[in-house]
Ligand binder design. Structure first.
Ligand code: ADP
Ligand code: MG
Length: 483
């Protein structure tokens, strides 16, 4: 098989299906170095390109290669560090680029959200003025949630959506939409008694009031509100006294016809140590989930944020950022804020080159965070990539399959029956703690996205805390794969 011809033909197909800027920046320069026994190996210049191709274009490239070669293809993307590295910077090299070595973080503008007292002399409502409906971009991923939020804010829900329970993964706009309701209400009725706080703050307030024997004041404070917004309610999981007090606060507010809005990283049923009576109260209102935005919505969010930050974003740069952060609006926004900072610091125009530098930092940071605080050195991760990774994943899958009585081939398949899914998630969690990178795991499991892998790992580790049997199973398999 003529590799060059296969790759050239595939490139033509790929070019049709990906944005021109991405094709130019990431795909064109890759090399197909082998195609044997249905295994196609593509080489790219650096880890950044590899991450990006796996996360965004794995399927497109695989499909194009299958069409051009006429055989089913299992695609491996690897880094060839001998190919010229053109833009992946180290953190220190970027710091050196800045005048006087100013820390990039020093530039982030934080809009103050505290110190605000509501005009009625009541408690400070703690709302961040930047979280308003006007700044919130609506897409398919949050349409339902947004519509419900607006209905509540405008008083059209007539108490039917009480509580309003918003859930979804981090960085998807739950806090923003929740606070938008508070800000809207205050803009229409400045005398309204509104309070926003995290569940953690609620707990701290409760403890301190108990200690100071000021429970009456505590109760009066919360129970006289018109609108109570509690963020990240999953925090009260397993905290019985807080749940007890919150239950009474909740009932008192509801009886008064006051609105309660809660957010959580999961639906009420999935908060395992939540009193059943609270769970059923939460479910008795309106549940709305927010999901990851589509590419088009990400572009719209970027355009809006760029306008707010007064950055001129060229379409190819906006496209690049939207491509790089598929799952989390906070990271999308973070990239933009950093770009603005670099432009301000260096007084350079916002070029593709500069954008890649800044995005390079984010990808590297995300990898470190998602490595579960494991400080994997580059050397470690190189050692674990490639064939060793394949072997390791197989070994893990075989051990898990044996214990859970499923077949290891099913673990690697798209079979989504509960038992196979469960076994697959356990494999991912073990692979992660064995030091395999997100990309390697993604590659092993059919190009699965980072958030799906991270969620699986989190779920398994969390369940293992309460489930002795699962904990033992994990320990045994981890010991077994080390042999
Ligand atoms: P969560 O509470 O779900 O973790 P946040 O509400 O804190 O997420 O959102 C993270 C950041 O992303 C915030 O700065 C928020 O303004 C922004 N954001 C999220 N979704 C949207 C959206 N649909 N439109 C505009 N900005 C958004
Ligand atoms: Mg939040």
């Amino acid at each position: 098989m003529n590799l060059e011809k296969v790759w050239k033909t595939a490139l033509k197909d790929i070019k049709e299906s990906v944005p021109a800027s991405s094709f130019q920046a990431w795909i064109k320069s890759a090399n197909l170095i082998s195609l044997e026994n249905n295994k196609a190996t593509l080489e790219v210049r650096n880890e950044f390109s590899r991450n990006l191709l796996i996360q965004n274009y794995y399927r497109v490239i695989s499909k194009a290669l299958e069409t051009s070669s006429g055989v089913p293809v299992n695609l491996i993307i690897q880094v060839n560090s001998n190919l010229p590295h053109d833009y992946i910077p180290s953190l220190s090299s970027i710091a050196e680029d800045l005048p006087n070595n100013t820390s990039p973080n020093g530039s982030l503008k934080i809009i103050p959200n505290s110190g605000l007292s509501s005009s009625n002399g009541f408690l400070p409502h703690n709302l961040n003025p930047k979280f308003v409906f006007d700044n919130f971009i609506v897409g398919g991923h949050n349409q339902f949630c947004h519509a419900a939020a607006l209905a509540i804010a405008e008083g059209r829900s007539e108490g039917a959506y009480n509580p309003f329970f918003i859930y979804g993964e981090v960085g998807l706009g739950k806090t923003h939409i929740m606070q938008s309701i508070g800000n809207y209400l205050l803009s229409k009725k400045p005398q309204a008694k509104v309070l926003y706080l995290s569940a953690e703050k609620f707990l701290n307030d409760l403890i301190s009031s108990m200690r100071k024997s000021k429970m009456n004041e505590f109760r009066n404070r919360y129970r006289s509100l018109d609108l109570l917004l509690i963020d990240d309610i999953q925090f009260i999981e397993g905290k019985e006294t807080t749940q007890e007090e919150f239950f009474h606060t909740f009932n008192a507010l509801k009886d008064n016809g006051s609105q309660i809005i809660l957010t959580s990283d999961r639906p009420p049923k999935a908060i395992s140590k939540l009193e059943p009576r609270l769970c059923s109260r939460f479910e008795g209102g309106l549940l709305a989930d927010v999901q990851s935005p589509t590419y088009e919505t990400r572009l719209a969010i970027l355009a809006r944020k760029a306008e707010i930050l007064k950055i001129k974003l060229k379409p190819d740069i906006a496209d690049l950022i939207a491509q790089c952060f598929p799952e989390n609006v906070r990271r999308l926004e973070g990239a933009l804020v950093k770009l603005q900072a670099y432009v301000n610091f260096t007084s350079r125009p916002l070029t593709m080159e500069l954008t890649k530098k800044v995005l390079g930092i984010d990808i590297a940071q995300a990898e470190i965070i998602s490595a579960g605080n494991k400080d994997l050195t580059e050397e470690d991760s190189n050692l674990k990539s490639g064939e060793n990774t394949d072997k390791m994943l197989k070994k893990i899958a075989e051990a898990v399959a044996e214990k859970l009585q499923v077949t290891s081939s099913k673990i690697f398949s798209r079979d989504n029956t509960q038992e196979v899914k469960n076994a697959r998630q356990i494999c991912m969690a073990i692979a992660r703690s064995a030091g395999l990178s997100m990309q390697d795991i993604s590659l092993g499991f059919d190009g699965r996205g980072n958030s799906s892998i991270l969620n699986s790992c989190r779920r398994v580790r969390k369940e293992a805390k309460n489930d002795k049997e699962l904990n033992t199973l994990l320990t045994e398999i981890e010991a077994q794969i080390k042999l």
